[in-house]
Each structure stands twice: as C-alpha cells, then as structure tokens.
Design a protein around this ligand. Structure first.
Ligand code: ADP
Ligand code: MG
Length: 744
C-alpha cells in the first residue's frame, strides 16, 4: 500500500481541525447586574447619527446642517466647525485617536487613510484638534485608485469630501478606534472618481423629476422624494483551514476546479433550515457589531445552497443603505475570521451550487411638511383613487425607464463573478425584464385594452380596474417570481440581478437614472395632453394606455430560467447580454450617454471612465483566474495525477511479473488519457491567454477572455474534476466540495 502524499495529509489535518472546532463564545453586552442588554440599549452607540447631532449642536447650527443635507445647499464653514468640534469631543470620549475620510473608489471596496487628531502647538505641545475644514475635505494620496483615464498621474490629486447625509461612525479595530467620515471622492475638477458621487447626483435628479410629477398631479405639498433601499446580502461561510488550502479561493474568491459532491442542494434541506451553532455564534457577533454602528439588520437565515446564508436590513435612504451594505460586507469578513470562517462574497464560489446575489429592494418615499403625506411610499398602492392613479403613473415611469434603458441596467451589474450567475438558471437571466404579478398585469392589460369605466371619474375607473383591491392582493407572498431580474413585490421593486460582491451604488444610480428619465417622459406625455393639477382622469388613462402598450415587451411573468424565454425575449427585441464585455459596452452607446449627460449624473468622460474601469477590472480578474488555474494544475493537480499514475503502473507491472492480469490497467489508461487531454487544454490555455494579452485593444482583449479563454478554462476544469473522481483520496491535495460545504 502506498502512503498518502504530503498535500493530502495537510488536507486530512484540516478536516480534523474543522471537526474539532467549537463555536466561539460570544459574550453579548450586559448591564452592571449582568443582564443582557436589549438591542435598543446599545444600537447606534458608535455612530454620530442625526439624534446625536441634535443633542450636541446648537439649535440653529443643527437646522442649517439638516437643510444642507436635504437640499444639497452649500455647507457653511461655521456649521462645519461646530460639527467638527462636537464629533471630536464625542469621539475622544470613546477612546478614538484617528479619523479618516471613508470613501468608495471604483474598486468595489472602501478606502481609508487614517490621520491622528493631534496637532503640534508652539513649544512642541501636542493637542487633539479637528477643524471644520479638516472635516469637510482631505486629500489622500490617491494616485493608485482606478480613475478610468480621468486623472492622469501628473495631476493625480483626488479629494475626499464629507457627505453629511450619511452618519459618521467609529470603526473599532484591535487597539485602535477610528472615526470614519463617509465621503465622496472627486478629482481636482470635480469629476466623480468614486461610486457614491453618481449615486448622490442620481438621487437628486430622481427627487426633482418625481416631485415635478407629483406637483403636476396637484400634490403641491411634496418637498422631495427619496429613493429607499433594502439590501439582502447572500454569502458563503467556509472554514479558514480549508480556505487557506485553496489557492483559487484565496486568489480569485471562487473555486476554479472541484468535482461535484454526491449531495448538492437537491434535497433542498438547507434553505431556512436550523442555523448551525458555529454559524449562529458568528451571526450574533456580526449583528452586534452592526447594531453598534447603527446598521439595522433585521433578518438572518440559511440560503438555498449548503453553507450559504443571508442577512437583510430594514430599508433606509439609498445612500445610507449603500454605505451600510459596504459596512455589512466588511463586518461579515472581519467577524468571520474571528470564528475561523472565511466569508465568501463572490457571486459563484462553487460550480453546480447556487451562487450569491444581493437583492436590491428599491422604492421611493415622499418628504413633506404635511405629516399626512410625509413618509408615504410611492410604490404602495393606496386607499384612495387618487393615490392609486399616482401609483400607476409612477409605475408607468418605471416601465418606461426600464424598457428604454434595459441595457444600462444590465451594464450596471456586469462583473466577471456575476457572469457565472446570470443565465445559469439559478439567478435572474441576463435579459432584463419586469415582473408585475398577476393582478397588476391584469390592470395594465385592461388599461391597454381600454377596459375601464367611461365617464372620467377616478372612483369609477379605479373600481372597474379592481385597483382598490390592489393593496391586499399585493401583500400576497405567493405572487412572487424569483426568476425575474426586476420584480414588483407588493410595495417595492426588487432588483435581484445585482451580484453579491458588488457595491450597489452604481446599479442603484442606473435604476434612479432610468426611472428619472421614464418619469420625465410621463410628465411630457401628461403635459402634451394639457394636464395640470391632476383632475382629468380620462386623459391620465390615455397616457397610461400609451405607456402600457409601448412598454409591453419589457413585462414578463413567466419562468425567466426557461429556454423558451430566451427565444421569446429575442422575438420581443429585448437584449440578452450574457457576458460582461458586451454588457459593459452598453455604457458607450448613445442612449446611455444621453441618459446620464442629460440628467447631469455623469459627464461623457465620467461615464466612459465607469466603462473603462469595469472592463479593466474584468480583464484583471480573468488574468488572475487564468494564472491561478495554471499554477494549481502544474503544481498540485498534475503532480497528484503523476504520482497516482506511477503507483498504478508499478502495481500493474508487479502483477504482471507474478503472472496475474493487472486489474489496474483500465484506470491507468483512463488516467493517461485524462493527463494527456488536460495537458493539451493547458497548452491551449497558454495560447489563448497569450493571444489575449498580446491584444492591445482592451475591448477585444476582454472579449477573448470572455470567450476562448473562459471556454478552455472550463474544458481544463472538467478534466481535472474527472481526475479528482478517480485519483486516490490519499493523494488529492485540495479540499473537496463535500468537505468544504458539508463539514461544520
Ligand atoms: P419580502 O416582502 O420580500 O418577503 P421583506 O418585507 O422582509 O421581504 O423585505 C425585504 C427587504 O426589502 C428588506 O430589506 C426590507 O427592508 C426591504 N424593503 C421593504 N420595504 C421597502 C421599501 N419601501 N423600500 C425599499 N426597501 C424595502
Ligand atoms: Mg430575497
């Protein structure tokens, strides 16, 4: 008998280690008597939120600050100074030593550069100081962030500027506490270098457009409209002992090889199952960290795939929800390590097992001094005929926007990770369509067919459509479609196609922009019919009818995973952009440029930079995966195959020598074929990737990675996975799917 290889021995040690793990004790915060604190008793203790600002600032300064936040007016230095003073005092009391402008460059991650609060006075005395101008702006040495060609190195200056609409918070690290100041990141000329600037601009634009629509309908009390966002985050947890033995997970976040386990998710026994103790301990501690930071986590559960989980917050204003989701991702990773877990945020860490998404629940809320109106959800069909007409017009704007700008929405979620998920019959397809549900579909069809009560009374029309029953019907949880990328779920849309690792700022910017444009078109239609003040219901229904007809192609209620839908969508003229390069190209098209420039969300250069940065990131991710696969094949998989091949060959020769027909021959032959086949693919991979690398045109290069290179990677993987299925377990160096996904 041959003994095992060193690689396999390490694997066995890892398995032992994982089996012996006990849940990390997490001691929840308690009061002096030892009683566990309620969440509400420590929630937000590390965030300088509106409530805290109100307590610490003089009344008039607080008022000015709120007005700046709400209207986007210029921040006065006097206000900035007062806030800086207040936040410094609060932070110092909490043991904070440093501050940082926390921003979101186009890497999909967050960036921070810490500065101590200290200044040197005359005479060498050191004092803690923090001024308004330090709060408002800093100049990180940011020449290494991707700018998509907007910021040449000789003019490398980028500025981080405080975004007062998102609360400051304290990041608690080992032995160090840092005040994080949510910021945007812009060039010397004011170009958006980050993810947040565009989002804030788009929120402003959609607010103006929808407010204009509501004023046109007679709702003069509406001051502003705020997009709201609730972000469901899916992720996998893998034990660190396995993780560190998988170069592919370490380098690219996903497994590039790995045979299927005998049991996957087919039993559907994981979804909403009982949460394993170790995971529950991790979740409790993560949530505790998040509550301290004022992130309102509400829901936790097992997801469909083994070792897959989800965390979802209560919705907030879109910009705050976006910041909070970045914090959620960071905390899940950080706390995971404390529990011996690696949190995988990749869209598709394991082939053949469901990937992870980040469902963006999106709606819009009214701000008004009229308390009856304030806080109303524009996607909540209401109690009165007027509210329901308003709902239908907003819906019409969304239909228009998504129909016209489906390509932009598709581009906004493009990434190498998401390519494995979209269209893999487990996540919404790459084809953008909208699901409205049975009742709302019937209403749109009736409107289109003109099946509404004549006579112009809103009451009559609403009753004849059955609109008055809408609120109850829409609460019905069964009328859901999980195969739709953009689904109406009763009082909000769920943009389900966003990838789990993505920064949601850009997808939400795209939705805001598309809808703002759609609402603009609806306003034009209403105006062209002479509507002022929203009294003429017959004319409103004419507009709705036009929109229903024109946007019909984008509505789809069926199974988005089916092959028939692909054919059907094609006949409807809908885009099916399966891979990132073709999807990203939509950002360079006339429609996209017009959309963003007309609304002043991005200049043409800024938009081009989004395209360029994303294309570049796609190429880099592919390069990393290719190099990693080559290394794993050359130094781990092929050697294991050779060793096992040698063992079989030796045993066969021995058998022959004693006159026995060697039983190893068939396996030996199969393994020989696999080795030869895999070596051929390996050399194809070299050829294709070198060709791609030699291509100077970035777009062509990305296309080569998306086609030739991706295909040959898959081909090589299939052969490696078959090798895994015949090579002795004693020789296999890589933790297997069954081990990573099922041992807990
Ligand atoms: P569902 O109705 O889909 O079963 P929930 O009501 O729990 O699930 O909502 C899922 C997510 O949608 C949560 O993060 C929730 O906060 C968010 N959500 C609910 N209402 C809104 C809204 N008006 N705007 C944005 N997000 C919302
Ligand atoms: Mg969901």
């Amino acid at each position: 008998m041959s003994s095992s290889t060193v690689g396999a021995q390490h694997r066995f040690i890892a398995i032992k280690e994982v089996q012996n793990r006990v849940p990390r004790k997490f001691d929840p915060p308690r009061d002096e008597s030892g009683k566990r604190l309620k969440i509400s008793e420590f929630y937000g203790q590390n965030t300088f939120d509106t409530q805290r600002l109100k307590e610490k600032l003089p009344k008039d300064v607080f008022k000015k600050l709120i007005s700046t936040i709400q209207t986007g007016s210029k921040l006065e230095l006097e206000v900035a100074n007062a806030v800086a003073q207040a936040v410094k005092e609060w932070a110092l009391l909490k043991g904070v030593t440093h501050y940082t402008h926390w921003f979101q460059p186009q890497t999909g991650l967050t960036a921070e550069k810490h500065d101590a609060f200290v200044t040197m006075e005359d005479g060498g005395r050191v004092l803690e100081k923090f001024s308004g101008s330090q709060l408002v702006q800093s100049e990180p040495d940011a020449s290494s962030f991707p700018s998509g060609g907007m910021r040449t190195t000789f003019e490398a200056r980028g500025y981080a500027a405080w975004d007062p609409s998102s609360p400051m918070f304290i990041m608690d690290g080992p032995g160090s506490k840092t005040l994080c100041i949510p910021s945007i990141f812009i060039s010397y000329h004011g170009d958006a270098l980050d993810e947040k600037t565009g989002l804030l601009r788009s929120m402003d634009v959609i607010s103006k457009k929808v407010t204009e629509l509501l004023h046109l309908l007679g709702e003069k009390d509406v001051l502003r409209v705020v997009p709201t966002l609730g972000i469901e985050q899916e992720y996998f947890l893998i034990d660190r002992a396995f993780y560190t033995m998988r170069p592919d997970l370490l380098m690219s976040g996903r497994t590039l090889v790995g045979g299927q386990p005998p049991k996957g998710q087919q039993l559907e026994d994981h979804y909403f199952g009982s949460i394993p103790a170790r995971v529950l301990a991790f979740m409790s501690e993560s949530e505790h960290e998040l509550y301290k930071l004022g992130v309102p986590i509400k829901t936790r559960h097992n997801e469909v795939a083994p070792s897959q989980f989800e965390s979802a917050p209560i919705f907030e204003e879109a910009n705050i929800a976006t910041d909070h989701n970045q914090i959620v991702m960071e905390v899940l990773k950080k706390v995971g390590i404390r529990h011996g877990f690696q949190t995988l945020l990749h869209e598709k860490p394991f082939a053949g097992v469901n990937g992870s998404g980040k469902h963006n629940n999106w709606s819009m809320q009214i701000e008004s001094n009229n308390l009856d109106l304030h806080g109303e959800n524009l996607l909540e069909p209401g109690k009165t005929p007027h509210e329901n007409l308003r709902f239908l017009l907003v819906l019409a704007g969304i239909l228009k926007g998504v129909h016209k700008h489906a390509g932009v929405l598709r581009a906004s979620i493009a990434s190498s990770g998401n390519d494995h998920r979209l269209g893999a019959n487990e996540a919404p397809p790459a084809i953008i369509s909208m699901f409205l549900g049975e009742m709302l579909t019937k209403i749109m069809n009736d409107i289109e067919a003109g099946n509404i009560a004549e006579g112009g009374s809103a009451e009559k029309a609403v009753l004849s459509l059955g609109l008055d029953k809408l609120p109850e019907v829409l609460k019905d949880n069964t009328d859901r479609n999980r195969t739709s990328p953009f689904a109406f779920t009763g009082n909000k849309f769920e943009f389900r196609a966003v990838g789990s690792s993505a920064n949601t700022a850009f997808p939400v910017t795209a939705v805001n922009a598309a809808v703002a444009d759609g609402i603009s078109m609806v306003i034009d239609l209403l105006k062209s019919k002479g509507i002022k003040g929203g009294t003429d219901n017959a004319k409103i229904f004419e507009v709705l009818k036009e929109v229903a007809k024109e946007t019909k192609a984008i509505r789809f209620e069926g199974n988005g995973y089916s092959e028939e839908w692909v054919t059907e969508a094609k006949s409807r003229g809908l885009l099916n952009l399966r891979k990132s390069p073709e999807a990203l190209k939509e950002l360079t098209q006339k429609g996209a440029i017009e959309l963003f420039t007309k609304l002043n969300i991005f200049s043409e250069a800024e938009l081009h930079s989004r395209f360029h940065v994303r294309l570049e990131r796609y190429i880099k991710n592919m390069q990393i995966e290719v190099d990693c696969l080559k290394q794993m094949f050359d130094t781990q998989i092929l050697p294991a195959a050779y060793i096992y091949h040698g063992v079989l060959a030796k045993a066969a020769a021995d058998a022959k020598a004693v006159g026995v027909k060697p039983p190893q021959i068939s396996t030996l032959n199969r393994l020989s074929d696999l080795i030869e086949g895999a070596k051929a693919k390996r050399s194809n991979l070299d050829d294709f990737s070198s060709k791609a690398e030699a291509t100077h045109d970035e777009f062509k290069k990305s296309e080569m990675y998306a086609t030739n290179v991706a295909e040959v990677m898959l081909g090589l993987r299939e052969l490696c996975d078959e090798m895994e299925s015949i090579i002795s377990d004693d020789f296999w160096p890589l933790p297997k799917y069954r081990e990573m996904l099922f041992i807990s």
